[in-house]
Design a protein around this ligand. Structure first.
Ligand code: BG6
Ligand code: MG
Length: 225
């Protein structure tokens, strides 16, 4: 992680907190394939629509939802084994990711905000953020990384973003969060931060601004927040 050598911006927003999956990279397809394989081994199917409901949801909570959709009960030990199995399939896929899988506009936007002096942190529910950031060559953009390994409460609890703000040394109202999940936008607002939703306006109605992707944003948009 590098220190930002550019001076702080004079705007009220000074730091950018980025969700990972669905904002910087599209890993939902790999989560879907791994969860589907797991559901299939237990004798039921799992749809892409259901996968949508798992956005921003932690691994253990995702498994609980899938088991309830399949009408299956498991002990805590069995759940741990299932989550580990799913994760091993998921990790097999994400270790083959390349920088070509970074979502459109991401590298340009991260470069632009970094050079404008904003401090950058990752705020992700994933425990696999390290592999993904390394494989996609994005790690060097971030001053701080907060992920699923460092929080006890998952989104919509604001813990992940409050930690990011604290590590960067800014107050919540000096931060803007970039999020594709409803639970993530809610976490940002509960934390007292601005939120830029990435996706559908109808879905991310709590966000201050909604765009379809980082390719639709410039540093000028941060000055209007
Ligand atoms: C979030 C994803 O970023 O991370 C969820 O949107 C996922 O779908 C969660 O379940 C946890 O990820 P991981 O990599 O720790 O299993
Ligand atoms: Mg996300």
């Amino acid at each position: 992680m590098q220190e930002n050598k550019y001076p702080e911006p004079s705007t009220s927003i000074k730091a950018c907190l980025f969700d990972l999956d669905g904002v910087l990279v599209d890993t939902a397809i790999y989560h879907y394939q791994a969860w589907k394989r797991l559901a299939n081994t237990m004798g039921f199917d799992f749809t892409e629509e259901q996968n949508e409901q798992l956005k921003g949801v932690s691994r253990v909570e995702s498994l609980n939802k899938i088991l309830s959709w399949g009408g299956i009960e498991k002990t805590d030990t069995e759940k741990e084994e299932l989550a580990t199995l799913k994760n091993s399939w998921y990790v097999d896929m994400i270790t083959k990711m390349t920088p070509a899988e970074v979502l459109p506009g991401t590298v340009d936007f991260l470069t632009e905000v970094h050079q404008a002096g904003y401090r950058l942190a990752l705020g992700s529910a994933s425990k696999n953020s390290g592999i993904i950031l390394e494989r996609t060559n994005l790690a060097h953009f971030f001053d701080e990384i907060v992920d699923g390994n460092m929080v006890t409460k998952s989104k919509p609890d604001p813990e992940v973003f409050l930690k990011g703000a604290e590590f960067l040394g800014f107050k919540p109202d000096e931060c803007v969060v970039f999020e594709d999940a409803v639970a993530g936008v809610e976490a940002a607002k509960r934390g007292g931060m601005k939120a830029i939703g990435i996706g559908e306006k109808s879905l991310l109605s709590q966000a201050d601004v909604v765009v379809s992707g980082l390719d639709k944003l410039t540093v000028e948009d941060l000055k209007k927040l």
